[in-house]
Design a protein around this ligand. Structure first.
Ligand code: ATP
Ligand code: MG
Length: 570
């Protein structure tokens, strides 16, 4: 493609609304434009990248034996009412009515649809296992669309649904997807880890999130510095740090006027945060839940919700509720004499000695408190892992990094098949619900994540496998006939062998041309200038600051060698 014919407009300024590099660069490089909040149009160069990612995904899915499908995006409400998600999806679902006043939605995900397809099409164990996937547009009215296509309201997802006759079959299908996902993200040059995830509202018995390490990530991921352990913060079990044994001292109530926060307590008592246990009060479906963790720890709300058997509404208690439960002002909560429906005590607290807690009385704390003697509760793991904690798998220490979730795989089991009657006849003639798995990848989010990991101060540095174009030929002076002739010849030769190549034939200064090709992130640049008189041109990799001077006849081989280096064929 010649740049003079291409619809491309690059921006020198950083658009004010874009906070993160991928969003800024996708706009600046002219890959997409905003239509509305969380809704984007993809420009010719942007769509090329999306298609490349889609094709990598398609190839890996096909390799596992999964079959491509295309379901509709416009879905009747009845299907969602059957599963109970018409209500549960709440405001995230885009809803609409047809001319006959029938309810529809724009699909945010397709478990119901594929369960419906399965119950109509699958009759016998002989048709199993089966995995159907699609690459299709999804709609979610996100509360906070942001960061461009990282969290948009319309996006392309690859979603796959597996159907097996039993749990062993599901395990196999799940592992196949796990491996395919690992290959996909590797081919996209993403530094990505599969982490154990909380399957939360989706139910089921196993789930992993594929997380790309990035500062702009919304999730926290826990990594071991020694082994390959990685887990979502929501799920990562915390290993208690035990304190040296002490003999129990006598419980003492101490006047602590205006001393409420752990920080203030540390000063007042001249002790470390580890000497305190804080009591946090939550409201879960109308019940008062108190949770105790050591002074320097944070409560893990997901663990708490799981421990109380789930909750539809869960939030920090308001001042009123705290005052009622503690009979004191906020800041003096403690387990002794607390009016709570459930008291959860982090295991670490139960192993502390002579510690300090709020006394449920304004202006007072207890000293020398000991679990068992002074109070009891339900002991468990209710805290977040922190940097430096022990790894649950080995003796290594844990670190915490931010990550972007690009893919997610779930074992659904019979959650949908049982409730929607998707059954099959097994070998013994019995009717059984299908064992299901579901597997998603955000295509646009993957594109943004690649940019987060592949950019520099001049623009995007696309990995060859997903670049919109792989090479660009830049004649320095467009008016120079000889330069244009050589450039045209190289352009045609590269095109002929299958390289996706651009030629910057615009009548622009060469500096402008370089800036644009760097911003758009073309991996290989061939500059045709004065040196053609010696039969030479410049070859430059986008990720390399050095120019190579090579002879014109070697350009094709040099380009080919980059394909070989990246395990890509031409
Ligand atoms: P998140 O927690 O980020 O909202 P999710 O758990 O809702 O993600 P899934 O329902 O598992 O996401 O969807 C599968 C994949 O679709 C995600 O891993 C992600 O890559 C992508 N995805 C989900 N929501 C969005 C969105 N609003 N914009 C872009 N991609 C998305
Ligand atoms: Mg979501």
């Amino acid at each position: 493609m010649k740049l003079s014919n291409m619809l491309i407009s690059t921006l020198r300024e950083v658009p004010a609304e874009a906070e993160i590099p991928s969003h800024q660069l996708m706009l600046r490089a002219g890959m997409m434009r905003k239509m509305a909040s969380g809704v984007y149009n993809f420009m010719p160069s942007g769509i090329r990248v999306l298609k490349k990612i889609e094709n990598i995904v398609r190839e890996e899915m096909d390799n596992t034996g999964a079959q491509e499908f295309l379901a509709s995006a416009l879905l009747p409400a009845e299907l969602w009412m059957e599963s109970g998600r018409w209500e549960a999806m709440g405001e995230e679902m885009f809803r609409l009515k047809d001319r006959n006043d029938r309810d529809f939605c724009l699909g945010p995900t397709h478990e119901e649809v594929f369960t419906d397809i399965a119950r109509n099409e699958i009759k016998s164990y002989k048709q199993l296992p089966l995995n159907l996937y699609q690459i299709q547009t999804k709609y979610r009215d996100e509360r906070r669309p942001r960061f461009g296509v990282m969290r948009s309201r319309e996006f392309i997802m690859k979603d796959a649904y597996s159907f097996d006759k039993d749990q062993n079959g599901l395990d196999v299908s799940y592992m196949k997807m796990y491996e395919a996902y690992t290959n996909i993200f590797k081919k996209c040059s993403l530094d990505c880890s599969a982490v154990e995830a909380d399957s939360g509202a989706m139910g089921g018995s196993g789930s992993a999130e594929f997380m790309v390490k990035s500062e702009v990530g919304e999730d926290e991921v826990v990594f071991c510095s020694c082994c390959n352990y990685a887990a979502n913060m929501e799920k990562a079990p915390a290993i208690s740090e035990y304190q040296a044994e002490e003999t129990y001292l006598e419980l003492k109530k101490t006047h602590t006027p205006e001393v409420r926060s752990v920080e203030e307590l540390v000063k007042f008592f001249n002790a470390t945060e580890k000497k305190f246990a804080k009591t946090l009060i939550y409201k879960a479906d109308g019940k008062v839940i108190a949770v105790m963790v050591r002074g320097d720890r944070a409560v893990n709300e997901i663990k708490v919700i799981n421990a109380i058997g789930g909750a539809i509404e869960f939030e920090m208690a308001n001042v009123e509720t705290v005052k009622n439960a503690t009979s004191a002002e906020v800041g003096f909560a403690g387990p002794v004499g607390l009016k709570a429906d459930i008291l959860l005590v982090d295991e670490e607290v139960s192993k502390m000695y002579n510690f300090i807690i709020g006394a449920n009385e304004t202006g007072f704390h207890y000293e020398n408190v000991n679990y068992g003697r002074d109070f009891t509760g339900k002991i468990g793991d209710f805290r977040n892992v922190t940097e430096g904690d022990k790894c649950p798998k080995c003796q290594g220490t844990l670190t915490i990094a931010r990550g972007v979730e690009v893919g997610h795989i779930f074992k659904l089991g019979t959650k949908y098949s049982a409730s929607m009657g998707a059954t099959f006849i097994d070998e013994n003639g019995e009717d059984k619900p299908l064992e299901m798995g579901c597997y998603g990848i955000g295509i646009n989010r993957t594109m943004a994540a690649i940019i987060e990991q592949h950019h520099d101060e001049n623009g995007i540095t696309w990995p060859l496998a997903v670049a919109p174009y792989q090479a660009i030929v830049v004649p320095v002076v467009t008016k120079d006939e000889e330069q244009m002739r050589v450039a045209e010849e190289l352009y045609c030769k590269l095109k002929q062998i299958g390289v996706e190549v651009l030629m910057d034939d615009r009548n622009e200064r060469v500096g402008v041309k370089f800036k644009d090709s760097d911003l758009i992130g073309i991996p290989m640049r061939i500059t045709v200038g004065k040196k053609i008189s010696e039969g030479k041109v410049e070859f430059k990799l986008r990720t390399n600051s050095e120019n190579e001077i090579i002879s014109i006849e070697n350009v094709v081989d040099r380009v080919k060698s980059e394909f070989a280096k990246n395990n890509l064929s031409l």
